[in-house]
Ligand binder design. Structure first.
Ligand code: GLN
Length: 304
């Protein structure tokens, strides 16, 4: 399969899809991103990489960070994380609180905002600087020392974080958040503001395609069982309340972010990252979803 030709073909084929979504503006610092950006990168478990378009340009990874914080938490605490969050799709927006009170402050899964806050709260119970721990893990996985948070984006989100703040307080009231809420929010906004490129993220996602093993580092970062379980939760919860239609169209475990990135995993074969900032009504990249749909159709890499 000529993956380079496939990526270059997709970059041209998605052209008519631009202009139909909307760049996230509820975080003011994200509103100015060029809506026409498009990048895509692939890393295979046998060491090949391919990229097209703006694949080397860092963008705000936002909720894709939840995938890596979950890995850190699982590698330190194992299955204990499932006492703090569930593993069911929510069927609601990523920032919805509607079920949170009914379910006594236990979020449906680690990928919706309350679930990511509860997961991060657990990580913050470890000694040491949590922000540095997250940044170091991402820069290690991506083999890129320049990976860092964009503090303009982090501060912009922190100033407009009323919903996330309300969720954190609600969970603290139910005993499912233990840290100081403001410290938790600042750390959450920091992890979401990490700036990485498609090429960085495709490399960082590779252990999920290789049973927890990083072929480039020649070491396991999570166990095989943990990689399997994280992929399962990505498949059922990674794309919020359009997870069903994403599975139908693309057929891969994936995690999106409101910066317009989507990281998808082809178990046993490769990881794929796409970036296109315009979002659909569910907060997932509109053009990025179309690109991944083309990718799995052309390369027969859907898991179904
Ligand atoms: N930082 C964003 C928020 O909390 C992340 C949401 C997302 O990428 N879906 O709203």
């Amino acid at each position: 399969m000529d993956y380079q030709a496939v990526l270059d073909y997709i970059r041209e084929a998605v052209e008519p899809k631009f202009g139909k979504g909307k760049v996230a503006d509820y975080i003011p610092a994200l509103a100015g991103v060029d809506a026409r950006k498009f990048g895509m990168a692939v890393h295979t478990v046998d060491g090949k990489s391919y990229k097209t378009g703006d694949a080397d340009e860092p963008f705000s990874i936002q909720s894709i960070s939840k995938l890596f914080v979950l890995q850190l938490v699982m590698s330190h605490f194992g299955d204990m994380v499932w006492t703090r969050v569930g593993k069911e799709p929510s069927g609601d927006r990523f920032n919805s609180m509607i079920k949170l009170e009914m379910e006594h402050g236990v979020p449906r899964n680690p990928f919706i905002n309350p679930g990511a806050l509860a997961t991060l709260d657990l990580l913050m119970s470890l000694k040491g600087d949590t922000k540095a721990r997250i940044r170091n893990y991402l820069s290690f996985l991506a083999m890129n020392d320049t990976v860092d948070a964009d503090m303009v984006v982090a501060n912009s989100e922190l100033e407009h974080a009323s919903l996330n703040r309300a969720m954190a307080h609600l969970m603290r009231g139910y005993g499912n958040v233990h840290m100081d809420v403001e410290e938790l929010l600042a750390t959450y906004c920091y992890q979401c503001a990490m700036a990485m490129s498609c090429a960085d993220l495709a490399l960082a996602g590779l252990p999920l395609a290789a049973g927890g093993y990083s072929p480039v580092h020649e070491t396991s970062v999570i166990s095989k069982s943990q990689a399997k379980r994280i992929n399962a939760v990505m498949l059922t919860c990674g794309m919020y309340d359009s997870v069903g239609s994403f599975a139908y169209r693309v057929g891969l475990p994936a995690k999106s972010g409101v910066g317009g990135g989507i990281l998808a995993v082809v178990p046993g074969k490769m990881s794929v990252c796409v970036w296109a900032p315009e979002l659909d009504a569910f907060g997932n990249s509109y053009v990025g979803t179309a690109a991944l749909e083309m990718f799995t159709s052309l390369t027969h890499t859907s898991i179904f």
